[in-house]
Design a protein around this ligand. Structure first.
Ligand SMILES: [Zn+2]
Length: 428
C-alpha cells in the first residue's frame, strides 16, 4: 500500500550531516537514505521555531497568512490542512509528535485520523526524560502541564508508535516529529560517540549556561551525539519499512523545522533570529521508486510539500498560492521566487542570491549576497537594490496579512485560569 512519510528532525542543521558535506558527522543512515533520494541543497523553513514552521509545512501557507506567528495562537479552524485533504482522498492519516507545539491544541494535527501526542505524560509514561523547567515555560502553562511533566520522547519510542499505527490495508499519510536533535542537550543513547559524559545535560541553548563555564564547543559535541542517536534510530525505522514492503513505493520526506545557532551571529538556539544557521534545513525526498540520488540547487521552501504530494490529493483541493511543487531530478530549474521569513519581532526575505533582513527596533536593515557571502558576514552598502527588495517584501507581507483577515479567528490556546496563573508567575 502506498505510503507518504513526512519525517521531521526538530532543530537539525544540514551542515551537521554527512550527506551535506560534514566530515565530522556520524549520520550513516541519513547518508544512505540521501544516496537514493533527491537532496535539496538550499531548502528553507518559513520561520525559525516549531509552531509557525510546522504550520507552514502542514498547510502550505506562510505563517503570517494564517495568523500563526504568536506563541499561543492556534490554527484558524477554516484553514485547510494537508492531512484533511489527503484524508478526503481516502488516505489513512497518522501523526506521532514529540513536540508540544505540533499538537491538537494548536490545531496542527487537525485532519489526522490517529494521533500520538508523545509529549503528554499519560501517552508515553515509560519515557524517562523530561523538559527542563526553563523550557516551554509559557507554553506548558497554557497547556496546564508543568514543563517538567512534559515528556521528551526519544525517537525509538516514536518509531514504535508510528509502526503500530501504520495499518496495512489503506494508503497512509504519516507524520513523525522527532525531538532528539532539539534541546535539552544530552546524550540520548547508552554511549557517546563524541567523548561526552553521559550525565552532562545542558537544558537549553541559552547564553545563561555559557556563564557557568560551558563552551559552545561542548554544546556542539552534544548536538552531534544527539543527531547520531536519531540517525541510528532513523536507520532502524527505514529497515523496518523495507522489511514490511512499504519502502519502495513510499514517498519519504526528511526535513527539519528550522536550524540552530551556535554563536555564529552572537546567539544560541533558534526562535528569534533569521540567520542562515536558523532557517536553512536539510530536505531529502525519496520519490516513489526513485533509484538514484539527485541534487537540486534551487531555492525551495518547506511550504512546497503540499503540491509535491498532489497525486494524493482530491482534484478539487486547490494548491495554496504560496507553494510550488519541489522540482524533480531532471527538471528545469524552478522559476526564482521570493521567500519570506518571519520571527515574532522581525522579518527577512531571500530572493535569488540576495537576503534582506528587515529593520528591527535595534537594527537597520541588512542586505547580503549569499553567493559570495554564505555566512552573512559582510552586509552590502544600502542602495536601490535594498529598496526594491524591501518593497517586494512589503508587498508580500501585505498580501499575507490580507489573507490572514479572511480566516475565522480562534481563541488563543488558554485554559480558564491561564491569565491569573501567568500573572501570579510574573509573566504578565
Ligand atoms: Zn522546532
Amino acid at each position: 500500500m502506498p505510503l507518504i512519510l513526512l519525517y521531521i528532525f526538530d532543530s537539525l542543521r544540514p551542515d551537521f550531516l554527512g550527506c551535506y558535506g560534514d566530515r565530522a558527522a556520524l549520520t550513516p543512515h541519513l547518508d544512505e537514505f540521501a544516496a537514493r533520494a533527491t537532496r535539496y541543497e538550499s531548502a528553507y523553513a518559513a520561520a525559525p521555531w516549531s509552531k509557525p514552521s510546522g504550520a507552514a509545512l502542514l498547510t502550505g501557507r506562510l505563517p503570517r497568512a494564517i495568523r500563526m506567528t504568536q506563541l499561543l495562537d492556534p490554527l484558524p479552524p477554516d484553514v485547510p490542512t494537508l492531512a484533511e485533504a489527503v484524508g478526503r482522498a481516502g488516505w489513512h492519516t497518522v501523526a506521532v509528535s514529540g513536540n508540544p507545539f505540533i499538537s491538537h491544541d494548536f490545531g496542527l494535527l487537525r485532519g489526522f485520523d490517529e494521533m500520538v501526542e508523545a509529549f503528554r505524560p499519560d501517552v508515553m509514561p515509560q519515557e524517562p526524560f523530561r523538559f527542563h523547567r526553563n523550557h516551554f515555560r509559557r507554553l506548558s502553562t497554557a497547556l496546564s502541564v508543568p514543563p517538567e511533566a512534559l515528556v521528551l520522547p526519544r525517537s525509538a519510542a516514536l518509531h514504535r508508535a508510528l509502526l503500530d499505527h501504520l495499518g496495512d490495508d489503506a494508503p497512509t499519510f504519516a507524520l513523525c516529529w522527532s525531538m532528539d536533535s532539539h534541546a535539552p542537550f544530552f546524550v540520548r543513547g547508552e554511549r557517546s560517540h563524541f567523548g561526552n559524559p553521559l550525565d552532562r545535560v545542558i537544558p537549553a541553548a541559552d547564553e545563561e549556561w555559557l556563564r557557568d563555564g560551558l563552551t559552545v564547543a561542548e554544546m556542539v559535541r552534544l548536538y552531534r551525539d544527539m543527531i547520531a542517536y536519531n540517525d541510528a534510530e532513523f536507520g532502524w525505522l527505514m529497515a523496518e519499512l523495507k522489511a514490511r514492503g512499504r519502502w519502495e513505493e513510499a514517498l519519504i520526506v526528511v526535513a527539519a523545522d528550522h536550524g540552530e545557532a551556535f554563536g555564529e551571529h552572537g546567539h544560541l538556539g533558534h526562535t528569534h533570529g533569521l540567520w542562515e544557521e536558523q532557517l536553512r534545513v536539510p530536505l531529502l525526498v525519496k520519490f516513489p521508486q526513485q533509484r538514484a540520488g539527485a541534487r537540486r540547487a534551487d531555492v525551495v521552501s518547506l511550504l512546497d510539500l503540499w503540491p509535491t504530494v498532489r497525486f494524493a490529493l482530491p482534484h478539487d483541493a486547490p494548491d495554496p498560492d504560496w507553494a510550488v511543487p519541489l522540482p524533480r531530478e531532471s527538471q528545469a530549474p524552478a522559476p526564482p521566487r521570493p521567500l519570506l521569513f518571519d520571527a515574532p519581532d522581525r522579518w527577512a526575505m531571500r530572493r535569488g542570491p540576495w537576503k534582506l533582513h528587515g529593520p528591527t527596533s535595534e537594527a537597520q536593515p541588512l542586505l547580503f549576497n549569499l553567493e559570495s557571502d554564505p555566512a552573512e558576514r559582510r552586509p552590502l552598502v544600502e542602495g536601490p537594490l535594498q529598496r526594491a527588495l524591501w518593497d517586494e517584501a512589503d508587498a508580500l507581507m501585505a498580501r499575507a496579512d490580507a489573507e490572514a483577515t479572511g480566516w475565522t479567528r480562534a481563541a488563543p490556546v488558554d485554559s480558564a485560569d491561564l491569565r491569573a496563573r501567568l500573572r501570579h508567575l510574573g509573566y504578565l
